[in-house]
Structures are given as structure tokens and as C-alpha cells.
Design a protein around this ligand. Structure first.
Ligand code: PLP
Ligand code: COI
Length: 354
């Protein structure tokens, strides 16, 4: 596959690491390729970062045919740059594409594109503690017609953004509100994929939570509003006595790559991990009796984020005195240690950029 490269003539100034935040700055280039039913994926190119132009009837603007991924490139202490489990993102992207009838991308092609793009932009990977280069691959349907059906034309792009922490709290515990009215997803719907529509539908509850001083919402299942699902941008885990519980992947939850990695780390260290249904009644009981020792969220953007307070129907529960717990800290140290190349990657998860 040939990837055309048009180098920018106006390289940007790189931002100070203290100003990064999340997703505010973008690198000099972007990757883009086109799909048509007749030609398949074609015209692979890395071009200067710029606005794109769309036909006003483009499918994505009317019927939301859009999927995305999120992964990071990390600057190691030896100066090299590496990715964390990129093949998992590529596979999930294809699962998302399958659900929305968007075209899949052969895994080897997707990996070659991703690594080439990161190689071109690698100077943008910041080196300050806790910073990384966030990569946002995305795909959208762009038939120039208003009929509702599986698309014949699509675009795949990757943009990159140097980032610090997702939450203003950083590694300090966040406050999460359990949402009792709106629901995010139902089995048979799109909860298990990463499509823009899932996030658009979650904004109302998110805004309500933010107005009350909470970072994000914790969703309950869409049928009974009884079982814990996940947080807006991360999966959740709870330490209840000696058991680590995380909601099972029932079809309405995103199969997080950080979640999967946490489970593998926990199991390899001898913890009992249960992927099962966890009802709000069981959680409330564990909160009230003090059996709930730790809670944390996990995701690429959020990394490992301790939850210091949960609020359900205006009742507030502090967790572990609002402090980061031992297991949460261990997971944070292990995952970030591997991602930033500070500890040995005994799981074979990292992929060095040449
Ligand atoms: N759940 C949702 C809704 C998300 O947006 C994310 C972030 O990607 C996650 C969970 C965590 O997934 P991952 O660990 O693959 O980033
Ligand atoms: C990620 O963690 O990569 C995500 O996609 C979360 C995002 C919605 C900010």
C-alpha cells in the first residue's frame, strides 16, 4: 500500500505540557483515506491538518454513521515512542464498523497506517509525567444522498492530540453520579461499540451531573435500571471484600481495552475477579456496610481513575475516605509503568514505533 505524504509548510508551535488538558491541541498532519463500494479503500494519504469539506447531504450529518477509537502513543524514558495494544483498537473499530454497516479495514492495513502516521507525528509525543499523544482514528459514511441504508462511500481518518489528564482531578479521586432516568444503551443496540451517537445521547445526563459538581455519570442498564453498566468514558470496577467485581459484557457496555488489561493484571497477581451482574441494591448495601473498599474507572483517556464519591438519588457515599485505594494504585502503577516503559512489559502489550 502506498501512503502519500504531503508535509506541512507551516509547522505549529508545540504547546507547553502544563497547558495540555485533553483534546485541545492537534498535530501538524492527519491521515485520510476513502472508501467506495467499487474501489474499496484507496487514496491513503498523510496531509497537513486542515478542515475537511463534506456534501451537505453526507450520511454522517443526517444519520450519524460514525465510529471512532481512542489510543495513545507514550514517550518512554529512553526517548522512544510506543503504542499500547493497538491491535485491540483495530479489532474493536472493525466490530463497530460491522454494527453500523460501515466498511471494515483489513487489520494489517489498519496497523500499517497507524504506525506510519505515529512515526510521522512522533515528535509531538510529549515527555512530561502523565502526558501522551492521544490518537483518534474515526470513520464516517459520506454518501451524497438522503436515503437511509448501508453506505457505499466512507472516509477513514486519524488525528492526534498531545494530552495531559482527562479529568481535572488527575489521579485524585473523582465524584460520579449514578443516573436513574436516562439510559445509555440496551442489548441489541450500539452500547458495545464506539459510535458517536452513544456519546450524543449521554450528554443530557452528563450535563445534569456536571451541574451538581460530578465528573461523569454511572449508567444503569436500559431495561430494569437496576444493574451497573459503565461510566461515560470508562469502565468501572469495585473491590467488595476480597472480590473485584466489574460488570459483565452483556452487549450494552463497551469492551474496554483498559478493562481487559486490568483483569489480566489482577488475575496474574492472584486477585479474584468476577465479570458479573452487579445490581444497584447490592452496590448500595456494600457502600452502606463498608464492604465496598475501593472503586475505580478505567479507560484510555481516563487511565485508572479512583472514584472517591458516588451519588445515587441524592444520597452521597464516600468511598475509602475519598482516598485512592491500594488495588487502584497498584493498577495505576502497573499499567502506566508498562505504557511509559518504566517497568518490564511482561504481557507483550507494547508496540515500538520506528
Ligand atoms: N466505556 C466508554 C463508554 C468509553 O468511551 C471508553 C473509552 O474508550 C471506555 C469504556 C474504556 O475503553 P478503553 O479502555 O478501550 O479506552
Ligand atoms: C477514550 O478513552 O479513548 C475515549 O474514547 C473516551 C472519550 C470519549 C474521551
Amino acid at each position: 500500500m502506498e501512503i502519500k505524504f504531503i508535509k506541512t509548510e507551516n509547522p505549529k508551535e508545540k504547546p507547553e505540557s502544563s497547558t495540555l488538558g485533553f483534546g485541545k491541541f492537534f498535530t501538524d498532519h492527519m491521515f485520510i483515506m476513502d472508501y467506495s463500494k467499487d474501489e474499496g479503500w484507496h487514496n491513503q494519504r498523510i496531509v497537513p491538518f486542515e478542515n475537511i469539506s463534506l456534501h451537505p447531504a453526507s450520511t454522517v450529518l443526517h444519520y450519524g454513521s460514525e465510529i471512532f477509537e481512542g489510543l495513545k502513543a507514550y514517550r518512554r524514558a529512553d526517548g522512544k515512542v510506543q503504542l499500547f495494544r493497538p491491535i485491540e483498537n483495530i479489532r474493536r473499530m472493525n466490530s463497530s464498523a460491522e454494527r453500523l454497516c460501515l466498511p471494515e479495514i483489513p487489520e494489517d492495513m489498519a496497523l500499517e497506517i497507524l504506525t506510519k502516521f505515529v512515526s510521522v507525528e512522533q515528535d509531538w509525543t510529549p515527555s512530561a509525567e502523565g502526558t501522551s499523544l492521544y490518537l483518534r482514528p474515526f470513520m464516517f459514511g459520506n454518501d451524497e444522498s438522503l436515503g437511509v441504508h448501508a453506505v457505499q462511500n466512507a472516509t477513514y481518518m486519524i488525528i492526534a492530540s498531545p494530552v495531559g489528564s482527562y479529568y481535572k482531578e488527575g489521579i485524585n479521586p473523582v465524584k460520579i453520579m449514578i443516573e436513574a432516568e436516562d439510559v445509555r444503551a440496551v442489548k441489541g443496540g450500539t452500547g458495545y461499540i464506539k459510535c458517536g451517537g452513544n456519546y450524543a445521547a449521554s450528554n443530557r445526563a452528563g450535563a445534569k451531573a456536571e451541574a451538581k459538581g460530578y465528573s461523569q455519570v454511572l449508567w444503569l442498564d436500559g431495561v430494569e435500571r437496576r444493574y451497573i453498566e459503565e461510566v461515560g468514558a470508562m469502565n468501572v470496577m469495585f473491590k467488595i471484600g476480597d472480590e473485584i467485581v466489574t460488570p459483565a459484557l452483556t452487549g450494552s457496555i463497551l469492551p474496554g481495552i483498559t478493562r481487559k488489561s486490568c483483569i489480566e493484571v489482577l488475575k496474574s497477581k492472584g486477585y479474584t475477579v468476577s465479570e458479573r451482574l452487579l445490581s444497584i441494591d447490592e452496590l448500595s448495601e456494600a457502600l452502606e456496610s463498608g464492604k465496598l473498599e475501593e472503586a475505580w474507572g478505567c479507560g484510555t483517556a481516563a487511565v485508572i481513575s479512583p472514584i472517591g464519591e458516588l451519588c445515587y438519588k441524592d444520597k452521597k457515599y464516600a468511598i475509602n475516605g475519598g482516598e485512592i485505594g491500594e488495588v487502584t494504585q497498584m493498577l495505576y502503577d502497573t499499567l502506566t509503568g508498562i505504557q511509559w516503559g518504566k517497568i518490564d512489559d511482561c504481557y507483550g502489550w507494547t508496540c515500538e514505533i520506528k
